[in-house]
Design a protein around this ligand. Structure first.
Ligand code: UDP
Length: 239
């Protein structure tokens, strides 16, 4: 990939920037230390987060590819930059829950930490103006956000990601409470895993102490945010 040239910035999101390259099918994502919560209402910086999220995402995406889930990963270019396949993002936040927490606990009146009898697959419509409202398959179909086949593929991959990650994180002493993933469509219509898998997008609790090792420390002003990200990096990548 030595001859890929970084081009103009295409997009700046809350946690990442995206750049064009000289190959129309490839883009470069550049992870920032900026952190937001509550639909952008709370803003801050988590020092070193961009490096950790870039490296952890790529580590997990490689493992998931090997487990049969196609991803957008092409090549890690630097601590913060990764070359990925260009996709159009399916406008769904795909959430899997193993244990009650966050908005589920609030909405359902179930205390945080209660184990669910089966994993839950849940969708939100990715739309900042609307605050990413909760939707179901029928909304997605009726609004043309995805086809039935695409939803089936997304559900199959999401549960495969969950099975793999629950076991992987158990092995490093972490309970995977819930997470959000996003999928993209390549120019030929193939659905692949995109975006990131990191302490920004997953709830990680230490298996023994139940200490939170994720973005909830930022959302809830708990302190020790950087240390939690570093601890996850150490457990996953051994450094
Ligand atoms: N999540 C995310 N981005 C969002 C909303 C949620 O990455 O915009 C992740 C969040 O970190 C958690 C899971 O999705 O791991 C479920 O989040 P929940 O619906 O409980 O929302 P929250 O309580 O974070 O608002």
């Amino acid at each position: 990939m030595a001859n890929v040239v970084k081009g103009e910035q295409l997009y700046e999101g809350k946690a990442k920037k995206v750049y064009a390259t000289n190959d129309p099918d490839l883009v470069i994502v550049d992870y920032k230390d900026d952190a937001t919560a509550f639909n952008g209402e709370k803003k801050g910086t988590i020092v070193g987060k961009g490096v950790i999220n870039n490296r952890m995402t790529n580590f997990m995406f490689k493992k998931l590819e090997a487990a049969g889930v196609p991803t957008h990963l092409v090549e890690e270019l630097s601590d913060r930059e990764t070359l990925v396949k260009k996709v159009s993002i399916v406008p769904l936040e795909v959430i899997i829950r193993n244990v009650a927490a966050g908005s589920f606990s609030k909405r359902m009146g179930v205390p945080e930490g209660k184990e669910l009898l089966t994993p839950i697959l849940e969708f939100s419509y990715k739309n900042d103006d609307l605050g990413d409202p909760f939707i179901n398959d029928y909304y997605a179909l009726a609004l043309g956000l995805a086809t039935k086949e695409e939803l089936d593929t997304i559900a199959k991959y999401a549960f495969a990601v969950n099975s793999f990650m629950v076991d992987f994180f158990k092995g490093v002493g972490v309970d995977l409470i819930d997470f959000k993933i996003e999928f993209g469509k390549t120019s030929d219509g193939t659905i692949i895993l995109a975006d990131e898998i990191s302490p920004d997008t997953c709830r990680f609790w230490d298996s023994k102490t139940h200490e939170k090792l994720d973005k909830d420390r930022f959302r809830r002003d708990m302190g020790g945010v950087e240390d939690a990200y570093q601890e996850m990096m150490k457990r996953v990548l051994g450094e």
